[in-house]
Design a protein around this ligand. Structure first.
Ligand code: CAA
Length: 259
């Protein structure tokens, strides 16, 4: 069905998208992004899926935007065709949480794609970086903004101006990655088991939780707290809030309706 990605449902409630363009180290050409968006939208609207894992191979999560595709682009082509804009569908449209499981190279657009996800896990040896400066350009899929928010201006400025890479261990100690793992196998087990845990919760509450945490990146604190309270209030209208709190009081396991 797909040429550049694979999809599967490896655990109950969990959808997995695996970038699969091995000869180009999963370089993110436009057709790959189109397929990724299609797959993510399909999981987002599937009633059987509650959480998504996005991964690549052991060697490469993704080595960036496709440099060979970009090289001849003119300003007018990039501007009029909104080049790269469709990449952010992941952050604007997908309501279910996405866990990035990063092994190997996550460079340029690959690093940016991982940063767009809701939770980032990686191997200790993962190779992150924003090397665009070495190509005579700058990050174009949110790296200068998301990396800076994640690790602060001092480190982000140094990385983006020098084009130097950073390791998975550094990503973990700087707070970019929520967890790091010694091996690829442990990474995948960790990502899938976290996705399965999330999928075991009320879907409506999970989607609302993703929404409110992500709002913290866009809103000032007072507005963010107000936004959170509105969403919190609205969940008293869900069936799962009644089920969850009644089950607690009755010392029973909640059986979610996901409504
Ligand atoms: N675009 C297109 N092709 C790529 C690619 C990319 N980003 N990264 C790797 N490839 C291709 C190589 O051209 C090579 O293809 P051929 O066999 O046809 O020559 C194949 O993948 C394997 O790559 P290497 O032989 O280079 O493998 P390596 O192990 O020696 O090196 C690497 C791996 C360090 C990741 C190196 O490939 C590399 O530096 N890649 C480019 C990384 C980069 O600069 N990414 C940023 C792109 S710009 C961007 O992403 C803009 C944005 O913000 C959106």
């Amino acid at each position: 069905m797909y040429e550049y990605i694979e999809t599967s449902e490896p655990r109950p409630g969990v959808g997995q998208v695996t970038l699969n363009r091995p000869k180009a180290l999963n370089a993110l050409c436009t057709p790959l992004i189109t397929e990724l968006n299609t797959a993510l939208q399909a999981f987002d609207s599937s009633p059987s899926i509650s959480a998504i894992v996005l991964t690549g191979s052991e060697r490469a999560f993704a080595a960036g935007a496709d440099i060979k595709e970009m090289a001849p682009l003119t300003f007018s082509e990039a501007y009029t065709n909104s080049f790269i804009e469709s990449w952010s569908l992941l952050t604007t449209t997908i309501k279910k949480p996405i866990i990035a499981a990063v092994s190997g190279h996550a460079l340029g657009g690959g690093c940016e794609l991982a940063l767009m996800c809701d939770i980032l896990y990686c191997t200790e040896k993962a190779n992150f970086g924003q090397p665009e400066i070495k190509l005579g350009t700058v990050p174009g899929a949110g790296g200068s903004q998301r990396l800076t928010r994640a690790i602060g201006k001092a480190r982000a400025m140094e990385l983006i101006l020098t084009g130097k890479n950073f390791t998975g261990l550094e990503a973990g100690s700087w707070g970019v990655a929520a967890r790091t793992f010694p091996t690829y196998e442990e990474l995948m087990e960790g990502a899938l088991s976290t996705a399965e845990t999330i999928a075991g919760h009320s879907k409506v509450a999970v989607m609302a939780a993703k929404e409110v945490v992500n709002k913290s990146q866009d809103l000032a604190l007072r507005d963010g707290v107000e936004y959170e309270r509105r969403v919190f209030h609205s969940l008293f209208g869900s069936q799962d809030q009644k089920i969850g709190m009644t089950a607690f009081a009755e010392k029973k396991k909640a059986e979610w309706t996901h409504k």
